[in-house]
Design a protein around this ligand. Structure first.
Ligand code: XMP
Length: 535
C-alpha cells in the first residue's frame, strides 16, 4: 500500500522495454530484480540495494518467467502496492517464480501476495496501521541481526497476514499485526509488512542489506569505476565513426553525459548550449567557462534570448510557457545540429526514474517537464549511458570523471528556467529583477554553508505590487518569494527550516539591493500538496 499521495512527473523520453539490460552485451555481475506491484516507493527499494553496491532493476510484476530466468538474478524482491490480494484484479506473479530456487523478499503487499500464494491467511485488518509503529522482534535471523528487539518501523497497510504459510516462522509482530515479518530459511523466502526502504524506518537498509548480502550472497561488485569503463566501451561500439550531439544545460546530468561520451569518443562529440535568456545571473558564462576548463570539448553556444522572449511575450499560462520553450528549444537545436555533417547520434541525460516511468508509469500529469526531446523525423539514434542510474549515482560518476565539485553539486534547475519562476508574463525587466534576487539568495545560502544541505533554494517573482515605505517614501513594488526545500529525489519535498539570521540577511539584501522589490515572503509549503517550482 502506498505511503503518501504523490506523483512522479519525470519526462518520458526513452524507448525502454521492460527486460532491457544495463546495456547490450552487459551482464551485471550481481543482479537483484524488484517485481513492482505499483507502489509509489519501489524506486527507493532499488536505491537501497544499489547503496549496498549491488546492481538492481525494477520490472513489472507480470514479467514472464523466461525474462526473469534469462536475466540471471541472484535474488528477487516483491514490492508493495495499492491492491488487496482479494481484489478481483489483484496483481499476481507467475507462481512458478517460487520454484526457481531464488531467494525472495516480500515487502508490504509483496508479503501479503507471498502469504496468499503459499497457503497463509491474509485478512483485512481491524486496525489499519499507518505511520510510525512499534515492532517487537522475536527472531533476529538474517533480517534483524545486530538490531534491537524493540524497533520503530514505518507501516502503511490495510490487509494483514494473519497466519504465515506452512514452512514459515514469525520473526516480528506489532500490536495489531501478528505477522509483521516471517521467514522460511529452507526455501530462502523472507517477508516484512513494514517498509524498510523509507527513511522513516531508519534501520531499514540493514534489513535489505541482510537479505542481499547474507541470503543472496552478493559481494558488492557494483562500482562506478567499472560502470565508466563499461559505458566507454559500449559508446565506442555503438557510435563507431559517427558524430554525437549533446545538448548541454549546465546541469549535472547533461554535463556527466557529455564528459562520459567525450571520454569514449573525444572530438566526435559536439555539445550545443542554448542560452534561452531564462538562465540565472552569470550562468551562461559560468557553464561555458567551467566546461571548457574541465574538458576540451567542441562546444557550440547559441544566444537565443531574443527569439525565446519574443515567443513568450504576453503568455501567462504555465503549460503554454512550457510548451513554447520546449518547442523553441527543439527548433534551435535542430537548426544547429543540421549544420553538422555526420551527426547520427544524440546523447541524452535520461536517468533511471525516467526509464521506469516510460516502462510502467500510470501517474497523473502534473506538469510537462521540458527536456531535450527531438522530433522523430530527425532520425537521431539515442545514446543514453545514464539510463540505469539514479541521481546520486550520476554524481558519483561525475566525481569519478573529474567534473568540478560545484558542477557536481549544483542544485537542480528546470529546463524552462526562470520562466516558470515568474507567475504571469515573462519579460526582460522581470527576468533581470528575479535574477538579482535569486543571486542574493544563492549567495547567502552558500555563505551559510547550506547550499548542499538544501535540495533547491531560489527566488520566485509574483508580479503583484504591494505598498511599502523606504527612506520616508512610499513604495509600490513587487514581492519576492523565497523557496527553499529539502528533498531526496524531488518526488516529495519539505520546506527548509533556514536559520532566522540567514532569512534576515536575505530579506535585507533583496529589498536594499534589488530596485523594484519592497517585500520578501517565505514559502512554507511541502510537496505534496505544493510542487517545488511555482509553475
Ligand atoms: P516540481 O516543481 O514538479 O519539480 O516539484 C520537481 C523537480 O523537477 C524540476 N523541474 C524540471 N526539470 N524540466 C526539468 O528539467 C522541467 O520542466 C522541470 N520542471 C520542474 C524542479 O526544479 C524540481 O527539482
Amino acid at each position: 500500500m502506498s505511503l503518501t499521495p504523490q506523483h512522479q512527473d519525470q519526462p518520458v523520453l526513452t524507448n525502454y522495454k521492460p527486460g532491457d539490460a544495463a546495456g547490450e552485451g552487459v551482464t551485471p555481475p550481481e543482479l537483484v530484480l524488484v517485481l513492482d506491484f505499483g507502489a509509489q516507493y519501489t524506486q527507493l527499494i532499488a536505491r537501497r540495494i544499489r547503496e549496498c553496491h549491488v546492481y538492481c532493476e525494477i520490472l513489472p510484476f507480470d514479467t514472464s518467467l523466461d525474462v526473469i530466468k534469462t536475466r540471471g538474478a541472484v535474488g528477487l524482491i516483491l514490492s508493495g502496492g495499492p491492491s488487496s490480494v482479494y481484489d478481483d484484479d489483484a496483481p499476481q506473479i507467475d507462481k512458478a517464480i517460487y520454484d526457481l530456487g531464488l531467494p525472495i523478499l516480500g515487502i508490504c503487499y509483496g508479503m501479503q501476495a507471498m502469504a496468499h500464494d503459499l497457503g497463509g491467511k491474509v485478512s483485512a485488518a481491524t486496525l489499519k496501521e499507518f505511520g510510525k509503529t512499534q515492532l517487537s522482534v522475536q527472531d533476529p535471523t538474517v533480517l534483524f541481526e545486530g538490531l534491537n528487539t524493540d524497533l520503530v518501523c514505518w507501516m502503511s497497510h490495510g490487509d494483514t497476514v494473519e497466519e504465515a504459510p506452512p514452512g514459515f516462522t514469525v520473526s516480528a509482530s506489532t500490536e495489531s499485526c501478528p505477522v509483521a515479518a516471517m521467514i522460511d530459511t529452507n526455501r530462502r523466502f523472507y517477508a516484512v509488512q513494514f517498509h524498510p526502504e523509507v527513511v522513516h524506518t531508519p534501520w531499514g537498509t540493514e534489513v535489505i542489506r541482510g537479505f542481499v548480502e547474507k541470503v543472496c550472497g552478493t559481494r558488492g561488485l557494483w562500482k562506478m569505476e567499472s560502470f565508466i569503463d563499461q559505458q566507454v566501451r559500449l559508446i565506442r561500439e555503438q557510435v563507431g565513426e559517427h558524430q554525437v550531439v549533446c545538448g548541454l544545460s549546465g546541469g549535472i546530468d547533461s554535463c556527466t553525459v557529455a564528459a562520459l561520451v567525450h571520454k569514449a569518443i573525444g572530438d566526435q562529440l559536439v555539445c550545443i548550449f542554448v542560452n534561452h535568456g531564462l538562465l540565472r545571473k552569470g550562468e551562461a558564462e559560468d557553464v561555458q567557462r567551467k566546461f571548457a576548463a574541465a574538458f576540451n570539448i567542441n562546444l557550440i553556444t547559441v544566444d537565443a534570448e531574443e527569439r525565446f522572449l519574443r515567443r513568450l511575450a504576453g503568455v501567462i499560462d504555465p503549460e503554454q510557457k512550457r510548451s513554447i520553450i520546449g518547442e523553441e528549444f527543439v527548433r534551435v537545436f535542430e537548426e544547429e545540429s543540421c549544420k553538422l555533417k555526420n551527426a547520427t547520434f544524440l546523447a541524452q541525460g535520461t536517468l533511471y526514474p525516467d526509464v521506469i516511468e516510460s516502462g510502467m508509469g500510470k501517474a497523473a500529469k502534473i506538469k510537462t517537464h521540458h527536456n531535450v526531446a527531438l522530433p522523430e523525423d530527425m532520425n537521431f539514434k539515442l545514446v543514453e549511458p545514464l539510463r540505469f542510474l539514479f541521481k546520486d549515482e550520476v554524481r558519483a560518476v561525475a566525481e569519478e570523471l573529474g567534473l568540478p565539485t560545484d558542477m557536481v553539486w549544483r542544485q537542480p534547475f528546470p529546463g524552462p528556467g526562470l520562466a516558470i519562476r515568474i507567475t504571469g508574463e515573462v519579460n526582460k525587466e522581470r527576468l533581470d529583477l528575479l535574477r538579482s534576487a535569486d543571486w542574493i539568495i544563492i549567495d547567502e545560502i552558500k555563505r551559510a554553508g547550506l547550499y548542499r544541505k538544501v535540495w533547491q533554494s531560489f527566488a520566485v517573482l509574483i508580479p503583484t505590487k504591494s505598498v511599502g515605505v523606504m527612506g520616508d517614501q512610499r513604495t509600490y513594488a513587487y514581492p519576492i518569494v523565497l523557496r527553499a526545500v529539502t528533498s531526496e529525489d524531488a518526488m516529495t519535498a519539505d520546506w527548509a527550516r533556514l536559520p532566522y539570521e540567514v532569512l534576515d540577511r536575505i530579506s535585507n539584501r533583496i529589498v536594499n539591493e534589488v530596485p523594484g522589490v519592497n517585500r520578501v515572503v517565505l514559502d512554507i509549503t511541502s510537496k505534496p500538496p505544493a510542487t517545488i517550482e511555482w509553475e
